[in-house]
Ligand binder design. Sequence first.
Ligand code: 5RP
Length: 219
Amino acid sequence: MDKDKELAAEAAVALLSNGMTIGLGTGSTAKFALRAIARRKLDIRGVPTSRQTAELATALGIPLADINQVPHIDITLDGADEFTPSLDLIKGGGAALLHEKIVAVRSRLLVIMTDASKLVTQLGKFRVPVEVIPFAVRYVEEQLAGMGASCSVRPGVVTDEGNAVLDADFGLIADPAALGARLKGITGVVEHGIFPGMAAMVFMGDNGTIKRFPQVSGG
Ligand code: 5RP
């Protein structure tokens, strides 16, 4: 729901302060974050995770930095396609998974913003996006089939690095980190959309309220 995505984005943007280098995610929730950042008129610089995000940030007057010119990224604000309460994610529904993961690993804090539709007890209902160099598509399809996954090439999609995206259905994923490691081991796979335990927190908009993960119990 858009209103809940916007709420989550506003909660995440409240974490930002002047002087920070911010990773700027991709997708509809990340767009709400960009608008909220622009409204706060902070003295920050952004490292975009896609051309689409770079264009919107520029239009909103958010200064951008080249990822290879910054010593670190303080916080990255990004969306997700699925997340579990233990903060495993699937990302890449917008085909920006490779740059999103590179920005995430360079970040001190990865903060995810979603609505309640993205919360799952176990990853895997959303098919795992796998970025593949075009020359290897057939081979990777065969390897994924050998792993028991049905998959299809995302039609008409070329990533910012000129690659194809395969969407792979593994069913419910018992061990996201182990599956991610297997996918990374396939020749021709550049990256996959499993982000196991990489997020520090998730802000989830839920019917007009904000829930934060990990949830603190007791009190
Ligand atoms: C793009 C992503 C997005 O963060 C993910 O698809 C969520 O998108 P949205 O905020 O539009 O629901 O991973 O590659």
